[in-house]
Design a protein around this ligand. Structure first.
Ligand code: 13P
Length: 262
């Protein structure tokens, strides 16, 4: 199949790897993952590894993403790092990850400010949204997704919405959760349609169709091909499995299969 759409495979390394380990791991990946036209591989290391890895990567092969940053560009904010301080190292910024929402109490307002800061600094925000197990049980999935979209995108204009990527990560499917279970393709298909319906109300039909939507939550080499086959899913945000070269390379390989690379 030939398509103009890109598939994104984003590795969220979370709080793993020292800068030295990250550099060795990148070296290993770069020997195995080629630069591709239709598949964008993005690595998201810890903040402390961003600068060294930005000097090491071939940007045609990989891009880097920040896992977190502060939304103000500069000032008296002891201990914080702004996106304007790291913008030359990265092309993407993960915003609104459930670990930040629930472990670090980030509000929709914080998230909206971070999305706006990423866009202001010329980066692509990857806005993570997804319902908790309880919200799902209570039939509140659509409302939770809507609230997070409205909240996270509240400062994004019609002109800038094309710079945003959405990652649907149901909290109950993320491997760091005690009772995590992988989402079924039907659940993801349905959530993806919900997201596009909400986006269509906010920004119109064309934007809703064009918006890249990724899935994240317990993705591994055996589930990745099925997830990537879901119509309307433009890629994967991978946690645990991105820390193991064989697993991550196999996931990237399944994205390659989505396209004719001629
Ligand atoms: P897992 O792939 O380990 O479930 O993590 C998903 C995630 O949180 C990616 O951002």
């Amino acid at each position: 199949m030939i398509s103009a759409r890109k598939t994104y495979i984003i590795a969220n390394w979370k709080m793993n790897f020292t800068p030295g380990e990250a550099s060795l791991y990148l070296h290993r990946l770069s020997n195995r993952i080629p630069a591709m036209r239709n598949v964008q591989v993005v690595l998201s290391p810890s903040l402390v590894s961003l600068q060294p890895l930005s000097l090491q990567i071939n940007r045609r092969q990989f891009k880097l993403a920040a896992q977190n940053f502060y939304w103000q560009d500069y000032g008296a904010f002891t201990g914080e790092v702004s996106i304007s301080q790291i913008r030359s190292f990265v092309d993407y910024a993960i915003v609104g990850h459930s670990e930040r929402r629930y472990l670090f109490n980030e509000s929709d307002k914080d998230i909206a400010q971070k999305v706006a800061a990423a866009i202001r600094n010329g980066l692509t925000p990857v806005l993570c949204i997804g319902e908790t197990a309880e919200e799902r049980r209570n039939g509140e999935t659509s409302a939770a997704i809507y609230d997070q979209l409205i909240g996270g995108l509240s400062q994004v204009s019609e002109e800038d919405i094309s710079k945003v990527i959405i990652a649907y990560e149901p909290v109950w499917a993320i491997s760091s959760n005690k009772n995590a279970r992988p989402a079924k393709p039907e659940d993801i298909k349905e959530a993806q349609l919900l997201i596009r319906r909400h986006i269509s109300k906010l920004y119109g039909d064309e934007t809703a169709m064009d918006l890249p939507i990724l899935y994240g939550g317990s993705v591994n080499p055996s589930t990745a091909p099925g997830y990537l086959n879901i119509p309307g899913i433009d890629g994967l945000l991978v946690g645990n499995a991105s820390l193991i070269a064989d697993s991550f390379c196999a996931i990237v390989e399944s994205a390659k299969g989505k396209y004719d690379e001629r």
